[in-house]
Ligand binder design. Structure first.
Ligand code: BT5
Length: 280
């Protein structure tokens, strides 16, 4: 048996099926894939994947972030998977999807006793001690892509969550894992089942309701609001200011030098601790 198989057991498919019984969630586990978002998109275009189909790779070799950035994870150290969701809502509501997915990850981690916070728009952070004291690390990233299926558009919601990745395996200084940050890691099969149940339930609740509860819940879990931030904007000068709120379209409202600006995209750097207590 290779040493990794002991310290990093594979997903237990039989147990997973039991844990997901009655949810209609269908998980395909691949030993290896380039990007699970790409595989799920292929399945959607081929007409063999729809709402609640999930593709997971034990080892993702060409994981994607936003804007053609990469996502790197050693085999079986993380959860890297993509869930097909059919939001069936007006196009104006689609920008909520990445926020909704992040919020679902935050809730699922809480079920496993791990406090986390959200960094707008698509990072999940955990405290306290990694990568350096007082600097929460990025434990999960989210990539939501719209794909034209045979019967309309679907969202492919990719989640990468570092579980047992050790400090020296983490690809960048801002990254952490559940093990590195909290010195313990839930079993990946249990955690995956919680993530999928929470994601699908949060999505289905949102789809059939108004936005305000999600806005309030996201904002309460969001460590960006209340901080001084620098936001790198595509093709423009960075914006500096105080993050004030998440608005009703999921945009980050930043008080800049020339007044409030509403951002729908951007990379946020938290430049100073929040004046208020962080939501851990
Ligand atoms: C993201 O992009 O955070 C989205 C990551 C989504 C990954 C999942 S895995 C399953 C599915 N299939 C895919 O192909 N993708 C999705 P972004 O905000 O652009 O952040 C990317 C940046 O995060 C990189 O440029 C690195 O700096 C950093 N990074 C790379 N790997 C990381 C890791 N394992 N943990 C934390 N940070 C990482």
């Amino acid at each position: 048996m290779d040493p990794d198989a002991r310290s990093r057991p594979p997903i237990d498919r039989d147990r997973l099926v039991g844990l997901l019984d009655g949810t209609g969630i269908d998980v395909e586990v691949l030993e290896q894939a380039g990007s699970t978002n790409a595989v799920a998109a292929e399945r959607v275009r081929a007409g063999v994947a729809d709402h609640r189909t999930v593709v997971l790779a034990e080892h993702q070799t060409a994981g994607r972030g936003r804007l053609d950035r990469g996502w790197e994870t050693p085999a079986r150290s993380a959860l890297t998977f993509s869930t097909v969701l059919r939001p069936d809502v007006s196009p104006q509501r689609w920008p909520w999807l990445p926020l909704l997915v992040g919020y679902a990850v935050h809730r699922a981690l809480a079920e496993h006793g791990v406090p986390s916070a959200l960094k707008w728009p698509n990072d999940v952070l955990v405290d306290p001690s990694a990568p350096s004291p007082g600097t929460p690390g990025k434990v999960a990233g989210i990539l939501v892509e719209r794909v034209e299926g045979r019967t309309g558009p679907v969202a492919v919601a990719g989640i990468g969550l570092n579980v047992t990745t050790t400090a020296d395996e983490l690809p960048v200084a801002t990254a952490t894992s559940l093990l590195a940050a909290t010195e313990r890691a839930p079993d990946r099969t249990d955690l995956l089942a919680t993530l999928l149940r929470t994601l699908v339930a949060t999505h289905d609740d949102w789809r059939t309701s108004e936005e305000e509860w999600l806005r309030t819940a996201y904002q309460a879990a969001c460590d960006t609001v209340g901080r001084d931030v620098r936001v790198e904007l595509p093709g423009g000068e960075p914006l500096r200011g105080r993050a004030l709120a998440i608005d009703h379209e999921g945009r980050l409202v930043v008080q800049g030098p020339e007044g409030p600006v509403r951002l729908s995209v951007g990379d946020v750097v938290h430049v100073r601790p929040s004046a208020t207590q962080p939501p851990w």
